[in-house]
Design a protein around this ligand. Structure first.
Ligand SMILES: C[S@@+](CC[C@H](N)C(=O)[O-])C[C@H]1O[C@@H](n2cnc3c(N)ncnc32)[C@H](O)[C@@H]1O
Length: 248
């Protein structure tokens, strides 16, 4: 792997990847193809072709991608529009929880991988995200409400998807399975950091009138995080389960 600047999470993910020469790879639920661009940088001259798919092309606009990367609109909840035994490596991050029939998607990934091909499936366990702050109940409520409230673009939602991923693949008996967990830990509440950005996403719960978290609760939640930062005891922790399967 080439030495490129990676976040601790991406480093943990990239360390699990060992591409063969002339690798044919796919990213399912790629959004803006950020990971494919990263793989291209990290493994120069190794990738023969790379395809990113997403249910919509919103993320495809205004991004710089070129050969060997191609992007396609595809619904990963249905039969994947790829031939059997196509890919050396299939990557998918934070997409599985959106698909209802996970067993079918596991079988589809197996079908499109070459024998001995590798899948890496990365999922945050949303209900295990943690912030430190004074009001435990309020902070736990904010995290839990976000974890269990379905957003309009999701077909499905599983707030425990991280810890469940290993089982979805392993019980299929189609893969040699292993799993690691990488915890993103931050001690600063600052724009551009995961914890800060995530606290801003939580606002959608009152902005969209979900009833799961009120504006008053949200404002108090943010005050808790700001106070923790001022007092020097702010912590944000977000666990990502990194499942690796080798096609049997
Ligand atoms: C949370 S984003 C993750 C994006 C990217 N994998 C990453 O980790 O940066 C989830 C992505 O999955 C896509 N998605 C959701 N359901 C999908 C489906 N059934 N088929 C394909 N893509 C889907 C969404 O459009 C979105 O781009």
């Amino acid at each position: 792997m080439n030495e490129i600047k990676l976040s601790t999470l991406n480093k943990a993910i990239f360390e699990q990847i060992d591409l063969p020469d002339n690798a044919v790879i796919a990213d399912l639920g790629c959004r803006d193809a950020g990971f494919l661009l990263g793989f291209q940088q990290a493994f120069p001259n190794k990738i023969k072709s790379a395809v990113g798919v997403d249910i919509n092309d919103k993320g495809f606009k205004n991004i710089k991608y070129k050969k060997p990367i191609k992007l396609k609109v595809m619904n990963c909840a249905a039969r994947l529009d790829f031939s059997d035994n196509t890919f050396d490596f299939v990557f998918t991050k934070d997409m599985f929880e959106c698909v209802t029939d996970k067993a079918f998607l596991v079988k589809e990934i197996h079908r499109i991988l070459k024998p001995g091909g590798v899948v890496i499936c990365v999922n945050c366990d949303w209900d295990s995200v943690a912030y430190n702050g004074e009001d435990k109940e309020l902070i736990a409520k904010a995290v839990h409400a976000y974890a269990v409230t379905k957003q309009p673009w999701m077909d499905d939602l599983d707030s425990w998807i991280g810890r469940r991923m290993y089982g979805f693949f392993n019980k299929s008996n189609l893969f040699e399975s292993s799993v690691t967990v990488h915890n993103v830990v931050e001690t600063e509440y600052k724009e551009g950091y995961f914890g800060y950005d995530f606290s801003k996403h939580i606002a959608w719960l009152f902005e969209e009138n979900t009833g799961a978290f009120s504006k008053k609760e949200y404002d108090e939640f943010i005050d808790n995080l700001k106070s923790a930062q001022r007092e020097g005891n702010y912590i944000f922790s977000k666990p990502y389960y990194i499942y690796k399967g080798i096609k049997k």
